[in-house]
Ligand binder design. Sequence first.
Ligand code: AKG
Length: 325
Amino acid sequence: MGSGPWVLEPGYRDDPRYTSAPAAHQELADAFHADGYVVVPGLVPGTTVLAARAAAQAEYARRGPATERVIDAWRWRPGVRALATDPATADLVTFLLGRPAVPFQTLSFRRGTEQRAHADAIHFDTLPAGYTCGVWVALEDVGDDQGPLVVHPGSHRVAPSYPEDLGLAPGDDRGAFDRTGYEDVVARQVADLPGRRLAVAQGTAVVWASDLVHGGAPVDRAGATRWSQVTHFFGAGCVYVTPQRSRRAEGRYAVRDPLVNVATGRPEPQPPPGWRFVRTPDRLTQVVPDAGPGPGLPVRAGSAVVGLGRRAKWHAASLRDRLRR
Ligand SMILES: O=C(O)CCC(=O)C(=O)O
């Protein structure tokens, strides 16, 4: 299904998308290619940043002090959705991935996450591989004692994405996965690639490739907040998968279908033209050329039923969201 994002390919500087880009975009492409991430102060309008912070604060106030992260508040908080669908961010992601940006998930944080080093590519990837990135935005000034984001420049070239690359067993459909084993492997892989702590001003965006290893530094000031929002993006026209539950060596993937585009509120068309999904009894999916006989089990009827069930669940969730607003 083709190769990954053009900007990560060796010949990216000869690509017309690079040669015709303004100098500022070329610099971003160079940094993304070399380091696997870019830091962009002021990418998003200040009013959008403030609205996203107010939305996150309202959500944390509603949920109480034990809450550590809020997933997908975009569904019922317009301020979160506005940041996730910011046009300048979408343009930059589209430029870097070489495919239209599809925001599909938001995480709203009150404090530094203190997360161990990991790459998002264990959680989500595409077929063809690599059309995914994270955009983290500081919703307040982040000092070095507030548990800033930590990135490992260059790790996007060494980080693995599928359990089999790491000598780990894939997780099952209930989410069981050896997270600690995974983080131990990643720690060894970046042992020679020192982390860089990103203390940044409010409104700064950090865009990282999904293979980039990153995490959260310890919070060194008791009670310090670190309001921030991460939006995860895919490139349009791909198949969307969860690597940690996939068995790539056996050709079976945990496919994300329906995959709802935050910008449209609708599922992305799946599978993309030219491909079809063949569900397998272990609830994974083979992705096969439409014209081909398909190496998998002849379960197209079953596949349609699974697809219908998932879409019905999505419609029920959308209705719940609308009622919540
Ligand atoms: O905000 C952080 O500390 C890390 C967030 C993160 O790792 C992620 O969204 O993948």
